[in-house]
Design a protein around this ligand. Structure first.
Ligand code: G1P
Length: 275
């Protein structure tokens, strides 16, 4: 069973400055809901109720978002505005939240290792909340990945095909397709140049990780940009055993970029309008 989901949320959100100067990027709203809540709802849909969030300085509003606001609750109790708190109340009733702080920004791999104290020795999911995933046709991406985990019991990364000119923004994998849309990874490079890229299959912000990843991360040297990369740790895990990449069903919006953010806003606005 995958019971816990880790949300690395300590990053600066530089691509969104000045909006993210005093506000975490995970709190940027798509229509009326912050990105982190979409991530939590996706995890909840996948049967996960323990949310583990790696925060940093200036991220207190994340904790406040998933806590009771007595003053607000008091003000709107019994009024027609109560309906606006319905979704977040449901999330809070069903989940528990725990937090730890990453004191230095040493990369995604380091952020995940910082979360070990909240995860312990069990397989877990990871959601990067600025990758907003939506599957109007069926189950969310984490649900799809957990189903796959039950079959293969190994780490899994979600992938999608990207333009060749975009490969240097992602972790890029290559592998052998062992089932429809399921690849056994044989190589994985963080933000490769076009020449280095092993394919155009890019990792997006959804992972299922087995807990041996923590020991590997402890031994992982800084890679691209001098940071400890989860991609490098996963390649190591791949050499020792098996890592899968899964071409998920649905659409991902890169809400860490202005274009992706606006696209997601338009799509979710339509949904919101249609009720
Ligand atoms: C991180 C990972 C990268 C992955 C991406 C998905 O990069 O390091 O491998 O492809 O998330 O969004 P970041 O976007 O934090 O630079």
């Amino acid at each position: 069973m995958i019971k816990k989901c880790l949300f690395p949320a300590a990053g600066y959100g530089t691509r969104f400055l000045p909006a993210t100067k005093a506000m975490p990027k995970e709190m940027l709203p798509i229509v009326n809901k912050p990105l982190i809540q979409y991530g939590v709802e996706e995890a909840l849909e996948a049967g996960i109720t323990t949310m583990a969030i790696v925060t940093g300085r200036g991220k207190r509003s994340l904790e406040d978002h998933f806590d009771i606001s007595y003053e607000l609750e008091h003000q709107i109790r019994g009024t027609d505005k109560e309906i606006y708190l319905k979704d977040i109340r449901e999330v809070m009733e069903q989940c528990t939240f725990s937090y730890t702080r990453q004191m230095e920004m040493k990369g995604l791999g380091h952020a995940i290792l910082t979360g070990e104290t909240l995860i312990g020795n069990e397989p877990f999911a990871v959601v990067l909340a600025d990758d907003l995933c939506d599957n109007p046709e069926g189950e969310g991406v984490l649900s799809q990945m957990i189903e796959l985990y039950h079959k293969y019991r190994c780490s899994i990364v979600a992938i999608e095909e990207v333009e060749v000119s975009e490969v240097d923004k992602y972790g890029v994998i290559s592998g052998r397709e062992i089932d429809a849309g399921v690849y056994m990874v044989d190589n994985m490079i963080e933000k490769p140049s076009i020449a280095e890229a092993p394919s155009n299959l890019a990792v997006i912000g959804r992972y299922i990780l087995t807990p041996d990843i923590f020991d590997i991360l402890r031994d992982t040297k800084p890679g691209k940009k001098g940071e400890i990369q989860i991609t490098d740790a996963l390649l190591e895990q791949c050499k020792k055993g098996m890592v899968l990449a899964y071409k998920f069903k649905g659409k991902r919006y890169d809400c860490g970029s202005i274009d992706g953010f606006v696209m997601a806003t338009n799509v979710f606005y339509q949904k919101h309008h249609q009720g």
